[in-house]
Structure formats: C-alpha cells, structure tokens
Design a protein around this ligand. Sequence first.
Ligand code: SF4
Length: 232
Amino acid sequence: MPAAAVRKSANPAKPRKLPAKKAERLQTILDALDLLYPNVTCALHHTNAWELLVATILSAQCTDERVNKVTPGLFQKYRSIKAFATVPQAELAQDIHSTGFFNNKAKSIIGAANKILNEFNGEIPQDIDKLLTVPGAARKTANVVLGTAFGIASGVVVDTHVQRICQRLELTKETDPVKIERDLVAILPQDRWIQFSHQVIHFGRGICVARKPKCAECPLHTICRAPDKTVP
Ligand code: SF4
C-alpha cells in the first residue's frame, strides 16, 4: 500500500546535536537501513485512513498477516464508519475473532467510529492530540495513522521491534515505549521519523529478530554491541 508523501512541517523539530562519534554511528545505522529498505511502508492493507485505523487497532498482539486476512471481508461487510458505529459489539467481535482480544478491539473500533462521527464530522483528525482522544488510538496507533495515511511526522512508531532494536543499537536505554519515542525524536531528523519506524520494523522481522538475530547477515554487526549478538 503506498504511503502518503511526507508533508513538510513548517517548523520541523530540530534533532539534538550529538557528539561526533555518536552522530557518525547514527548515520551508519540510517544509511544501512536505507540500503536494506529503500522503499518500505506499513504492511497493513488499507485504502483510507479509517481502514488503517481499524487495521492498526486489530494488529495489537496479532501479526499483520493475520490482520490482512481479516480486513478485506470486514471492509466488505462494513462499508462506512457509520456501519461500524452501529454494529452490535458481539457481532463485530465475532467478525474479528481470529485477531485475538476481540471484545476489547470491537469495543475500541465501535467507540472510535462513534467519536469520529460525533466529534470530528466523520473525518479522522489529522492532529495527534485530537487523534489520541479516539478510543483505541494510543500513541503507536496515532503515529501509524498520521504517518502512513497523511504523511504527517507526529512521532516515531514504537512497537516491539523498534523497542528491541533501538535498545540493541544503543539508541535508547529506556524500556517504556513513550520514553523510547522521546529519545528517538530527540536524535532523528523529523523527516526520518516515519520511514525510520517502517525500516526498523522490517529489519526486526527479517534480520534482527527477537530470538537468535541473524547477525552474520547484518550490515550493522561491526558497530553492534548487543549482548545477544550471535556473531563476535
Ligand atoms: S548485529 Fe545482530 S543484534 Fe546487532 S543489530 Fe545486527 S542483527 Fe541485531
């Protein structure tokens, strides 16, 4: 699914100036990610911002592949935000059953649909503070939707891959996703925020996997000091 072009911010956030060695290390990481994944975007299939919001809510504790199997039928059955707003929760839960945590997810999706219809005129808000008031849209979800559907660099998506890899590559010492995001937005140029998340998520699925990372095929193994590296 093509991502929206990244919108230029009128006042882009300036990254913190790093000491020369750290800046060089960060640039090595960004260059390697660009070489590995020059054109990546969100793996969740969608045709508009609402569908992406629903898919992202469904992706919690679930693989994107599984979500992509469920959403075509779902969007065929519920063709508008209004259709989602009025479905009984039990029925929607049944429709999304295979993605897990289906009762909570159904409640969030119905709540989101009602909030967007009643308070945002049926449009997904393109402002992070407003989007964060929508049920089911915590920071990760809001950053996915704003970045991928609208090209708005509101922050860095921190999922389990971004969390693990940024710790391994010493871009953060934090374990809380909100604090990790704060560390990342402080050192990354704002025009890299959206792409960086997509690249790291692909890197985490393909090479720097959670168990037994494939360090022998990793272009960053010479600068990586992760304790769970599988090559010297
Ligand atoms: S060397 Fe291994 S642990 Fe380090 S970033 Fe590469 S794959 Fe991950």
